[in-house]
Write a protein that binds this ligand. Structure first.
Ligand SMILES: [Zn+2]
Length: 88
């Protein structure tokens, strides 16, 4: 009876060790994908629309250079609003 118990115990231990090895081998892969996602987030830089206060990706924003400064807008409407307000 005791022998069977030890056999089962070592089988369980072996399985646990294999599980740990598997976990260690697969973990760096997960870390790499997480880093990739972070890089993409940094790539898509967010800019603030000064008119409506909305944050949007720089690539999608409407760019306006005004009095030596660069402004970004979510739409043409906001851009014209900004120009109207600042020309007052
Ligand atoms: Zn806007």
């Amino acid at each position: 009876m005791i022998r069977i118990f030890f056999k089962l115990f070592f089988l369980f231990l072996g399985g646990y060790v294999l599980y740990l090895i598997y976990k260690i081998l697969t973990e760096p892969v997960h870390r790499e994908t997480q880093n990739k996602n972070k890089k993409e987030v940094i790539k898509g830089e967010l800019v603030k629309d000064p008119v409506c206060g909305v944050y949007l990706p720089k690539e999608q924003a409407i760019k306006l250079e005004y009095k030596g400064q660069t402004y970004y807008f979510c739409s043409e409407e906001c851009k014209t609003k900004f120009l109207e307000e600042s020309s007052r």
